[in-house]
Structure formats: C-alpha cells, structure tokens
Write a protein that binds this ligand. Structure first.
Ligand code: FE2
Length: 353
C-alpha cells in the first residue's frame, strides 16, 4: 500500500494519503483546505486516483479540504451519518467498509470528542487512523461539540485498545512533532487512559484540561458542515492567467506548448549564462537574459504587469528563479516545465540558434 503522512503546521493537522499499489486507487483522510494544492500535487505526481475524501469528524480547528477534493478530483466525500448532514456523498457508520483498489478501510465509530468521530482501520488491522479520539500520549478534548469523556473512554477502550497491540496509531493532530504510536504503547504509556487507569481517572483528567476556546471554531464548524465549500466556489490560491500547476516541491510550472501559443503575452526570462544563451541549444525569440546569479540584483528589469515565465536548460535553475521572483512579490510567475531541452524535444517554434 502507498502511504504518506502530511502535516499542516498552522493547525498541527495530519493528512493521510493511502493508495493501492496495484491499481493506484486512493483515499485521503482529513485533507486541510489551505493545503489543497500541495495535496493534489502529490496525488498527481504519485499517479493516484482518489476515490474518497474522508473526514474523521467535523473539525473545530481547521476547514476540511473535502469539497475541494470532490471538485478537483471527483472524490466522494465521506463523513459519519451521526451528524445528520445531507450534503455528504457517502454517510458511513460503524462496520462500513470503504474499498480503494485491493485495499480497504473499516469504519469504527469512536465518539467522545464529537458525536460522529470515526476511526478508520486498514484491512489487516495494522494501521488505525484515530482522528481526535486517541492521540499520541493524549486524547481529543471533550469540552465542546457534544463531547463526552465517558463516551470517549468506551470508544478508546472498546474500539481502539481491542485492535492488535502492534497496530500503528495515526492521530489527527500532534502538537509536539510525534508522528505515530502503537496500540500497545498507548495502552501502556498514555497518561490519560493507559496502564491501570479507570474511567473516573480518565474523566477527571479530561474535565481539568483547562484548554482555551478554539480560535477558529466559529468559522471552521459551519464551513465543515458544508464540506469546506468556499463561498465563491474557488480554491485558495487559484491561478487564472494560465494552466499553471503547483508541484509538490512548491514550484509553479507551465507546459512549454502552452507558452509557445501565448508567447506574445508573456515575459520570457532566461536565467542561463550568456555563453549558453548563444550556444547550441539556442534561446527563445523574445527571451530576456538575466543569469540566475544576477537575478536578485536586477529585478527591476522584470515587468510586474504581465506573467513571467522562467526558462533554462532543463528547468532546474529556472525553478529557483521562479522562487526568487515569488519571494520578491511577483504574482504571475511560472517555470517552463523541462526547460529548453523539452522545448526542442517537442519541436516547438520560436527557438533561435
Ligand atoms: Fe477535532
């Protein structure tokens, strides 16, 4: 199985990407709205087809990226039936199974943090995605959104601690950089519910956490009840001057054939040396040469009123150039994918030798 754990540092949320190694069908668990372009870049680069966008629960601390996944990738959104929300594609409850290729996740109802919290367990019971129920040496708070520490006690003891001891526990958040635990570790060392803890010990601990009210709750909960659909139906950071795709490395890229068709509207910035500019590979008709090492000092030569596409031999130095321009406040910037090597391989016009 293909497995990736992704992190949103603003809300300390983990997003999980699971894919079938045979068919490349996949699911994404707890995508974060603001991380949509990062997540879709990785999904595209790994060649995955996302069947389901799952939320372990209605979050109070961040907005889900589920609606964006549905719109961009045709994923079906999945949430607990216990919230009674009707704009979800697949409402699930305890015992339901979600298949993706030759892999599957079984749903366990683990309420307590909210009434509809779910834990997703892989078919071999070797991984459990526990959301905000059991966390690494912790447990999700129970002081809002119909939270109940007695209910959570039963969820953890009866639904998570009954999994095999070596089952890996992947939580919805961690605030200390811890990435994974096991059922045995938490049964033994969890300070709230591990060891000889009894229900009243757990309840006493949870009732006295003294946490501040979540900053985003008044925004996040209503948004999440709507799947995280933006008011204007546009994804965050959407680029509309051209078909720019963000790579997982965070570089905006554009296809050379599109650039060739729109050359007159673009400022082409070549960042090779002058020797290369006049060398074998040639250069684009309208290209402006600023070697990469001089770019930071010569930014005033680059216009801000039209899109800038950067180019070099193979698209590596020009990716750095795009990064420099973005950091310097240029808004319409993209790196020509594959550079002039790809341009000449495609036999595109406007290459002057
Ligand atoms: Fe939560």
């Amino acid at each position: 199985m293909i497995f990736r754990q992704l992190f949103d540092s603003v809300s300390s949320t983990y997003t999980y990407l699971l894919g079938c190694g045979d068919t490349h069908d996949a699911v994404v668990i707890d995508p974060v709205f603001e991380q949509h372009s990062r997540d879709t870049a990785l999904i595209r680069e790994l060649g995955l087809k996302v069947r389901y966008a799952l939320d372990t629960h209605v979050h109070a601390d961040h907005v889900t990226g589920a609606w964006l996944m549905r719109t961009a990738l045709n994923a079906e959104t999945v949430l607990s039936a216990r919230y009674g929300i009707d704009n979800v594609d697949v409402s699930v409850d305890h015992g339901d199974v979600l298949a993706f290729g030759n892999c599957s996740l079984t749903v366990r109802a683990t309420p307590g943090h909210t009434s509809g919290c779910l834990t997703f367990v892989t078919s071999g019971q070797d991984m459990a995605f526990t959301g905000d129920c059991l966390m690494i040496r912790g447990a999700g708070r129970t002081d809002f959104q119909a939270g109940d520490e007695h209910v959570m006690w039963h969820s953890i003891r009866e639904q998570i601690f009954t999994l095999p001891d070596n089952c890996l526990v992947y939580p919805g958040h961690d605030y200390a950089g811890r990435t994974v635990s096991t059922v045995l570790e938490e049964k033994t060392f969890n300070p709230r519910i591990g060891g000889d803890a009894r229900e009243e010990d757990f309840v006493g601990y949870m009732e006295n956490l003294g946490l501040p009210h979540p900053k985003l709750i008044d925004i996040a909960v209503p948004a999440n009840l709507n799947g995280g659909r933006p008011a204007d139906d546009h994804p965050p950071g959407e680029i509309n001057w051209g078909p720019v795709t963000m790579t997982f490395a965070g570089i905006p890229e554009i296809r050379p054939d599109w650039v060739a068709r729109h050359l007159e509207d673009l400022f082409v910035l070549d960042v090779r040396s002058s020797g290369e500019f006049d060398g074998d590979l040639g250069h684009l008709d309208t290209a402006h040469l600023i070697p990469l090492s001089e770019l930071r000092e010569r930014l005033e030569e680059v216009p801000r009123d039209r899109p800038v596409v950067t180019v070099c031999q193979s698209g590596k130095r020009s990716a750095m150039a795009a990064e420099i321009l973005l950091k310097s406040g240029f808004e319409q910037v993209a790196n020509i994918n594959g550079g002039l090597i790809q341009w000449s391989r495609l036999a595109l016009p406007f290459l002057r030798h």
